[in-house]
Structures are given as structure tokens and as C-alpha cells.
Design a protein around this ligand. Structure first.
Ligand code: KIV
Length: 275
């Protein structure tokens, strides 16, 4: 089996096959996600809070994101690997944006990059245009864009046209601009189901929803939420396993066995000479 390409993703979309994407930030988790059969793995900037203990995604650096992406690439064989570009690693200048996107492809081995775009479009649309012209596949991301959280003010559902919630038409227009600029797929985060439906009907590229409801072409979730490596419940997510509980049980058992001198036993010890 070879790695999933942009063409494979588009072929699956054309044949109405729902697309799947999950996050991963390191090699062993990425290997399991890959073996589970997802189409795409997103090395999300959500690593900043899910993996590195920050409050939000903003502190993630280029070096950290490159390290995470390289680890995920090395741990996987089949899924397409998409590197999420960190806050301000794009946008300050076209030159920096191209150079940083290129590093994910050239140094870390990613297959594509993802960029968040404001509901009003703007500078990132031009960057997407340049990157795709240069041969770097780009996944767009609109709706709730966590890199703008300080501006938005919180996890506000988008598409409602109220304060901090962009109107649906603005999001549809930006989706069309991004499609024109060459994105191969578009993440829709925390938008009303109706908004997602309208965007999905407007564009001819796969839409991948997270908190976007049913009428999109694929779904993405954060792996930590899916497997219970977290402390919060999100309406938009679904927990399929409680790995957190399993890890805590294993650690408690280890601590207890060491304290009671039940581990190690003679079976875990080495003899002076090989038998
Ligand atoms: O960083 C991330 O995990 C994401 C997903 C929420 C789409 O961008």
C-alpha cells in the first residue's frame, strides 16, 4: 500500500466515500491511527494544548511543529500527512510563509499543509494561491479558527451572524476564494449545520467537518478526545475509548507492585552468566 495522495482524496470524494481525518503528534500514536485506516492524519497545532500543556494553540513554534510532523511521517505508511502551520508562521510576509510551508514538505516529509483563514478571507488566500502555484498542496480551515481565539473571544459557533460569529454568506464567499486559490480540501470547524451545508453545496472540493454536523464530505476529530486522553467533554466530539483510565490503572498497579515488592520478580532479573 502506498501513501494516500491528493488525487486519492479527490477520487474518494468524487465517488461519495466519506473521508476520515484524525490528529496525531508523535510516531507511536500516528502508527496506530494509520493502522486504523484513516485517509489523512493532521499534525495539528492543537499539539500545543493536547500534547505540550499550553492553554491554547498560539505558543507552538515552527521547530516544535516540524519535530511533531517528522515523527508522524516516520511512524506511518499509508495516510496522507498534513502539517498544520503554527500561528504567525504564515502571514507576516509571503517570503516567510512560503519558506515555512516548504520546510514541512522538504524537512519533515509532510504531504500537505493546513492554514487557518479568517471569515473575511484576506492575506491567507493570497498565500494559499502562491503555495499551490509552487506545488504545495494546501488544506483550508475556516469557521472557528483557534489561532484567532483572542480576537473571537472564545469557542463561538460560527455562521450565526452575531457578534464574533461570522455570517454564513461571508464564510461561503471565503470558501469559494480558497477553492479558487487551489485548496484541495476545506476544514469547517464549529459552524452551524446549515452553514456547513451551504458551504458544502457551494464548493467542489471535499469539506471536512469538526463540529459542522452531517452534511459535509468527511469528519476530523482530535485523537485525544476520541480515545479519552483529556479532561473535558465536547459536544462536537465522540469518545470511543477511555485510554486515560487504562493508563492510570496501569500506573497505579505498577506503583502498588513496586511498593509491595511484587515487581520485579526473579523472572525480570538477569543471571551473572547466560544459561
Ligand atoms: O489543530 C487541530 O487539531 C485542528 C483540528 C481541530 C482541525 O486544526
Amino acid at each position: 500500500m502506498t501513501r494516500t495522495t491528493v488525487k486519492d482524496v479527490l477520487d474518494r470524494y468524487e465517488s461519495n466515500e466519506p473521508l476520515t481525518m484524525l490528529t496525531a503528534y508523535d510516531a507511536p500514536m500516528a502508527q496506530m491511527v494509520d493502522e486504523g485506516g484513516v485517509d489523512m492524519i493532521l499534525v495539528g497545532d492543537s499539539a500545543a494544548h493536547n500534547h505540550m500543556g499550553h492553554e491554547d494553540t498560539l505558543p507552538l513554534t515552527m521547530d516544535e511543529a516540524l519535530m511533531n510532523t517528522g515523527s508522524v511521517v516516520r511512524g506511518t505508511k499509508e495516510a496522507m500527512i498534513i502539517a498544520d502551520m503554527p500561528f504567525l508562521s504564515y502571514g507576516a510576509s509571503m517570503e516567510d510563509s512560503v519558506e515555512n510551508a516548504g520546510r514541512f514538505i522538504k524537512e519533515a516529509g509532510a504531504d500537505a499543509v493546513k492554514l487557518e483563514t479568517a471569515s473575511t478571507g484576506g492575506v491567507t488566500v493570497d498565500i494559499v494561491d502562491r503555495l499551490t502555484e509552487l506545488g504545495i498542496p494546501v488544506q483550508g480551515h475556516i469557521g472557528l479558527t483557534p489561532q484567532r481565539m483572542k480576537e473571537i473571544g472564545g469557542p463561538v459557533i460560527q455562521g450565526r451572524g452575531e457578534q464574533s460569529s461570522a455570517p454564513t454568506q461571508e464564510l461561503v464567499d471565503t470558501a469559494l476564494e480558497l477553492e479558487e486559490a487551489g485548496i484541495f480540501s476545506l476544514v469547517l470547524e464549529t459552524v452551524t449545520e446549515q452553514t456547513a451545508r451551504e458551504i458544502n453545496e457551494a464548493v467542489n472540493i471535499p469539506t471536512i467537518g469538526i463540529g459542522a454536523g452531517r452534511y459535509v464530505d468527511g469528519q476530523v476529530l482530535v485523537l485525544n478526545d476520541l480515545i479519552g486522553l483529556k479532561s473535558e467533554d465536547y459536544k462536537l466530539s465522540k469518545q470511543y475509548a477511555d485510554i486515560g483510565a487504562k493508563v492510570r490503572d496501569a500506573v497505579e498497579q505498577f506503583v502498588s507492585e513496586v511498593r509491595k515488592q511484587e515487581f520485579p520478580t526473579a523472572e525480570n532479573a538477569y543471571e551473572p552468566v547466560d544459561e
